[in-house]
Design a protein around this ligand. Structure first.
Ligand code: FPP
Length: 236
């Protein structure tokens, strides 16, 4: 099977990575941020067209204030440090999510990075930040109704066209590090036919070799999208 065009990653395990080393949780997030850099480059080298990363969910506001502020700071630093490089490498940055409760300074940084890189086509790096899958669907339906849609106008296609991901294909492969087997409100609509790759490895340790292994395993999956397998023996 052809390689995945769109890979989405739930980058879990930063806190446990740090705890295992006697470090504060934020040190794990910092190391996780470093890892984003190398995985983005590897994705590009592997010919992946879309990479979506779950940086901050709408539920993450429930974490202690210092951790929330730390995550915001790391995202701001990442944008400051990486945007010019990513732009030079032909990477388009997109934001999936809302700006509700986000500091205006960070919002501006995100807007600027998105605007600067909007015409790049080699790889799209979509950062799910202040993102929730259910909210994504609710917003889409509200937009449709706000634009005067009738009940018949609400279809799978029209909802898809109003999601944050409206100009992206659905993820082919969803990777979750850190050992859990759940979606945690990530791309719940878009993931309907995705393949999943779960690993106990914590995100800061999920390196190039592990990323390649996930892509390799995806290559052995048979995607049927609800149809029967090809050459099914019981079909007349
Ligand atoms: C989950 O680990 C990870 C997060 C909630 C945030 C992920 C964010 C980053 C890697 C950094 C910011 C992103 C960018 C794009 C620069 P956890 O804290 O739930 O780990 P645990 O389950 O071990 O506690």
């Amino acid at each position: 099977m052809a390689g995945p065009q769109h890979i989405a990653i739930i980058m879990d395990g930063n806190g446990r990575w740090a705890r295992g080393r006697g470090l504060p949780r934020l040190a794990g997030h910092r190391q996780g941020t470093e890892n984003v850099r190398r995985i983005v480059r590897e994705a590009k080298d592997q010919g992946v067209r879309y990479l979506t990363i779950y940086a901050f969910s709408t539920e993450n506001w429930k974490r202690p204030g210092p951790e929330v502020r730390g995550l915001m700071m790391l995202l701001g630093e990442f944008i400051d440090r990486e945007t010019a490089n990513l732009h030079a490498e032909g990477v388009q940055i997109k934001h999936l999510g809302s700006f509700e409760n986000v500091a205006p300074r960070l919002e501006r940084k995100i807007h600027d990075a998105v605007e600067l890189t909007q015409h790049n086509t080699l790889l799209t790096l979509a950062v799910a930040f202040n993102y929730g899958g259910r909210a994504d669907i609710v917003n889409a339906v509200r937009e449709l109704i706000g634009a005067g849609a009738t009940a018949e106008d609400i279809t799978e296609d029209t909802i898809s066209q109003h999601l944050y991901t409206h100009d992206m294909p659905d993820p082919d492969l969803i990777i979750r590090t850190g050992g859990d087997f759940r979606l945690s409100n990530f791309l719940i609509w878009q993931a309907a036919y995705s393949e999943y790759y779960m690993t106990p490895i914590f995100w800061p340790d999920f390196g190039v070799a592990e990323f390649r292994e996930a892509i390799h395993q995806y290559g052995h999956r048979e995607r049927r999208f609800g149809a029967l397998p090809e050459a099914s023996p019981n079909i007349k």
